[in-house]
Design a protein around this ligand. Structure first.
Ligand SMILES: Cc1ncc(COP(=O)(O)O)c(C=O)c1O
Length: 398
C-alpha cells in the first residue's frame, strides 16, 4: 500500500527541508536516530546556574533562583504575583484549594485534556463535569457550555447548581498552546459567577489580543515539565493579580508555616509544594531563552502550515484568530480515525515520534461515572482525528 500523502510530505519536510539527520539529533542529545515529539534545549546559563546552587548549597526550596524565577514569570504573564510549585498539577490543585473548592462543589473542565486537570479537581474533593471542545480552538466550546448552564443547571443565589453540587469554578485548558475563546467565555463565567482557574500549563508565551494567557482568570497555572516550551525538570507556577490570593498561595505551598523564628508553627493543613532552587535555576536559564524558543516554534509552525496547505486530507491546526499561539505542540487533523491511525503507524515506521491526543477524561476508568455536560461530540471528533507531530524548538535552526 502506498503511504499517505501527509506521511510523504512530513518525511520530505523533516529529512530534506529541515535536514534533520543523526548528526543533528546527536547534537541535541538524541542518540536513537528518531525525531522526537519534543525535547528541551539547554544552550543558555543552565550549567552555570545549577553550579551556583551546588556551590552555595542552596539546592532545596529556599534560594534566590526561586524568587527570581517567580519575578520573571510575573513579568512575563503581567500579573502581580507568581508562586512557584513543584509541578503543574500541584499548581492547579493549590489554586483550586485556595479558592475554597471542595466537596459539594463541581468544577467544569474539558474532557479533552491531560488527566492532571481532572486529577487536580478530584484532589480537592470536588466533582469534575466534563465539557465539550471546539475543533477550531481545541478548547472549551463556549456555545455548548452556555447551553449546558441554561438547560441542565439551575441558578440559585446567583450561582449555577448541578443537582446539589454548586458549580463554582471552570478550568479552561489552552490545548497545545492555542488560546481558548476567552472573549466569549469570560462574560459567560461572569454571568454564572464562575471563577476561572486557567490551565495555561501548555501556553507559556501565548497571547490573546496581545495579553498573555495565564493572566486572564483569578489564577493561571503553568507547567515546566520536561516536555514543555521551557523546563525546570519538573515544576509549575500559579499566577494571580490578587494580593490576598498571592500571599495565601505562597503560604499554602510552604506547609502553611508561620514566621515565628525557629519555631515550627502551621496554622492550617498546607502543602509541601514549593519548587526547589535547583529546578528554579534551570527555569531562570530557560526563561532567558523563551523569546528564541517562541520565534523558532513560530517559524516551524509556518513551515508546517505551508507544507500541509498543499496536501489533501490533512489540516494543520493553526492559531485561532486574535491570538498568538506558542505552538507548543504542532498538530494536524485527518478526516477520520482510520486515517489518523495509518498516519501514526507510517510515521512511527519512519522514525518520527507522532502522538494521538489524550484519551477523553470520560473514557478513563477513574472518571467513567463523572458527569458530562453533553455528548462531547466535538471533543471526540478531535480525539479521533488529531495527531501531534515533531515540535522541538531546535528543529528550526537560524
Ligand atoms: C493540560 C495540562 N494540565 C496539567 C498538566 C500538569 O503539569 P505537570 O506535568 O507539571 O504536573 C499538564 C502537563 O503535563 C498539561 O498538559
Amino acid at each position: 500500500m502506498t503511504r499517505l500523502a501527509a506521511t510523504e510530505a512530513l518525511d520530505t519536510f523533516l529529512r530534506r527541508t529541515l535536514a534533520i539527520d543523526d548528526a543533528v539529533l546527536r547534537d541535541v542529545g538524541v542518540d536513537n536516530g528518531r525525531i522526537p515529539l519534543h525535547t528541551p534545549l539547554f544552550r543558555g546559563n543552565e550549567k552555570a546556574y545549577l553550579a551556583e546552587c551546588v556551590e552555595t548549597t542552596f539546592v532545596s526550596s529556599v534560594g534566590a533562583f526561586v524568587t527570581r524565577f517567580e519575578e520573571m514569570m510575573a513579568r512575563q504573564i503581567g500579573t502581580r504575583y507568581a508562586v512557584a510549585c513543584v509541578n503543574g498539577t500541584a499548581a492547579l490543585h493549590v489554586a483550586l484549594h485556595a479558592l475554597g473548592v471542595g466537596r459539594g462543589q463541581a468544577v467544569l473542565c474539558p474532557a479533552l485534556t491531560f488527566v492532571a486537570t481532572a486529577n487536580a479537581i478530584s484532589y480537592t474533593g470536588a466533582t469534575p463535569i466534563f465539557v465539550d471542545s471546539d475543533p477550531t480552538t481545541l478548547g472549551v466550546d463556549v456555545d455548548r457550555l452556555a447551553t449546558f448552564l441554561e438547560t441542565r443547571c439551575t441558578r440559585r443565589d446567583g450561582a449555577a447548581w448541578y443537582g446539589d453540587l454548586r458549580v463554582s469554578v471552570i478550568v479552561p485548558v489552552h490545548v497545545f498552546g492555542h488560546p481558548v475563546d476567552l472573549d466569549r467565555l469570560l462574560p459567560l463565567c461572569a454571568e454564572w459567577n464562575l471563577e476561572v482557574v486557567d490551565d495555561a500549563t501548555e501556553a507559556l508565551g501565548s497571547t490573546l489580543h496581545d495579553r498573555p494567557i495565564g493572566g486572564f482568570g483569578r489564577c493561571g497555572a503553568f507547567s515546566f515539565n520536561g516536555n514543555k516550551i521551557i523546563t525546570t525538570g519538573g515544576g509549575g507556577m500559579v499566577t494571580t493579580d490578587d494580593p490576598e490570593l498571592g500571599a495565601r498561595l505562597k503560604h499554602l505551598t510552604t506547609t502553611a508555616r508561620l514566621k515565628r523564628g525557629v519555631h515550627f508553627e502551621h496554622d492550617e493543613v498546607g502543602f509541601n509544594y514549593r519548587l526547589p532552587n535547583l529546578n528554579a535555576a534551570l527555569g531562570c536559564a530557560q526563561m532567558e531563552q523563551l523569546p528564541g524558543f517562541l520565534a523558532a516554534k513560530r517559524r516551524l509552525a509556518a513551515g508546517y502550515r505551508d507544507l500541509f496547505a498543499g496536501v489533501e486530507g490533512v489540516t494543520f491546526v493553526d492559531e485561532p484568530s486574535g491570538t498568538r499561539s506558542n505552538f507548543w505542540l504542532a498538530a494536524v487533523l485527518f478526516d477520520d480515525l482510520a486515517t489518523r491511525d495509518r498516519f501514526l503507524d507510517e510515521t512511527a515506521a519512519l522514525g518520527f515520534e507522532t502522538r494521538p491526543c489524550w484519551t477523553l477524561m470520560c473514557d478513563l476508568a477513574p472518571y467513567a461515572n463523572a458527569p458530562r455536560a453533553d455528548d462531547l461530540c466535538g471533543a471526540r471528533s478531535i480525539w479521533e482525528r488529531l495527531v501531534n507531530i515533531p515540535s522541538s524548538a531546535w528543529m528550526m535552526r537560524d
